[in-house]
Design a protein. Structure first.
Length: 497
């Protein structure tokens, strides 16, 4: 009778060189116990079954079992069989017996320079849900029951293609649903073949960077900018070139000596400051990318949430065949744990990116992607966004009122646009926003320090405050606790009111 343990022993037995069969079996079992391939309390096969599987006599197996029992490697239980001992003899912990040289395992890991830099600048919050955390939607307001019903129905009779690796760049149904949705809502012009489904913005940026840059290439980023972009670029040995942001968005130079390979922008709602890129700046970027061999990477992370005025069209659709790689995500409109984002690629990049993505990441999740496609096609997605837009608008208004009452109207950053899922509480120059944020975080108030989003040495000071994931009833008390943190580390901020 075959078993997984028997298969393991068979492989180890075949690898032994001893001419005596019982010695080969003894060494195979002993080494498997020592290296924990056979874990403590694992039941060994019956002697008759193992002998049949190995093609040796049962007496040889019994002899080996008795030897292991005498040495303390195994125990026997009357009527139950032979089991690996839970506690091995002290002599078995000799590293030489395990085939290991003393000191072969380093006591301190040695990381690469890039890895060390990343670990020293970790910015992701250990908690991703709480009062004022930026960029997180109200996950409780998502229509889970409706979504689950669609998913359950699709899961009852999945096709083989939905259960295997995807080589099409994602579920075709979701790609087609996005074509229609993006055309209407974001003025994005594309076909289904240009859409690549990815596991979030980070994976999208990593793939773009790996395929389109070489070590040492330049990339323009906004100053300030999302730390996730910076870390991914640095891990790929790309040189960061921060470009200042003002009330009209990224302000690129009229002439560039060091032409970048990639230009990363958030034109519809700059992250983190909030301004919308002007038409003149958009045209300047498109002209620059057209004159030089570079790509604009447009991160359209929360454009659905504008609370006044007309929607801002995507940079990708401003001109035909724009040299723009458009990135979108469902993390802000639905919930981050969904881990579904997408790239809209220029036609010349679509097939290479799809092939590279399949090779590097082995894409799947077709069932959930198909569910999401039906959720969009049925109109439930746009209905959910409309509800959330109204809800978030009320919460944003309340937070603005609280900030103004405590700190004065000047505490609202001048770049704050009536959009997105966060505000910036402006602090006086010289304020230690990192200390304030750390103190508040320890009190369960998950604001983030604005200065951490800058590359240069002269950052603005402030706090990023998300308003989507906290109810209007809970907001005043949470804000009062934040005021205490500000009072402790920056009492002059309270004089602004």
């Amino acid at each position: 009778m075959h078993s997984l343990v028997g298969d393991l022993v068979l492989v180890r037995f075949a690898a032994q060189q001893d001419a005596l069969l019982h010695r080969r079996l003894y060494n195979a079992l002993r080494q498997a116990i020592l290296d924990k391939s056979l874990a403590p309390l694992t039941r060994l096969p019956a002697s008759r079954d193992l002998a049949t599987q190995l093609g040796i006599s049962r007496n040889s197996v019994i002899t080996v079992y008795e030897q292991l029992l005498a040495e303390g490697y195994v125990n026997t239980r009357q009527g139950s069989g032979t089991f690996v001992a839970q506690t091995l003899p002290d002599s078995l912990f000799d590293t030489q017996a395990c085939g290991m040289a003393a000191g072969s395992v380093p006591t301190e890991p040695v990381f690469s320079r890039r890895g060390q830099q990343l670990l020293e600048n970790i910015s992701a919050s250990p908690s991703q849900w709480g009062a004022f955390i930026p960029g997180v939607p109200d996950v409780n307001a998502f229509p889970h029951q409706r979504f689950s019903k669609i998913q359950a129905r699709i899961s009852r009779r999945p096709s083989p293609g939905q259960l295997t690796y995807s080589s099409h760049g994602g579920a075709p149904a979701l790609q087609q649903a996005l074509v229609e949705y993006l055309r209407v809502s974001r003025s994005v012009n594309c076909s289904a073949e240009q859409i690549l489904i990815v596991e979030g913005v980070h994976q999208a940026i990593d793939l773009v960077t790996r395929l389109l840059t070489n070590p040492g290439d330049n990339a323009w980023i906004e100053e300030p900018s999302y730390w996730g972009i910076r870390h991914i670029l640095q891990m790929n040995d790309v040189r960061l070139c921060p470009i200042d942001v003002d009330q009209a968005g990224m302000n690129p130079p009229d002439s560039a000596e060091n032409i970048p390979r990639l230009i990363f922008v958030t034109p519809s709602h700059q992250y983190p400051l909030g301004p919308v890129m002007s038409l003149e700046r958009r045209q300047r970027l498109l002209n620059l990318a057209a004159r030089h061999p570079c790509w604009i990477v447009e991160d359209d992370y929360d454009s659905e949430f504008r609370f006044s005025g007309q929607p801002i069209p995507a940079l990708q659709g401003l001109v035909p065949d724009a040299p723009v790689i458009y990135i979108g995500t469902f993390s802000k409109t639905l919930y981050p744990g969904l881990r579904i984002g997408y790239l809209v690629l220029p036609p010349v990049l679509a097939k290479p990116f799809r092939n590279a993505h399949a090779e590097l990441y082995r894409s799947g999740h077709s069932l959930i992607q198909t569910t999401l496609a039906e959720f969009i096609d049925s109109g439930l997605y746009t209905a959910h966004i409309r509800r959330m837009r109204l809800l978030y608008s009320k919460r944003r208004t309340l937070l603005c009122q609280l900030i103004t009452a405590a700190f004065g109207p000047q505490a609202l950053n001048e770049f704050n646009d009536n959009a997105g899922l966060h505000l910036i509480l402006h602090l006086p120059a010289g304020a230690d926003d990192v200390a304030i944020a750390n103190h508040a975080n320890n009190q369960g108030i998950l604001v983030r320090a604005l200065s951490r989003y800058y590359v240069g040495n002269n950052p603005r000071r402030g706090l990023l405050m998300g308003f989507a994931s906290i109810s209007e009833d809970d907001m005043p008390d949470a804000f009062a606790r934040l005021v205490e943190s500000v009072r402790l580390y920056c009492p002059q901020a309270l004089w602004m009111a």
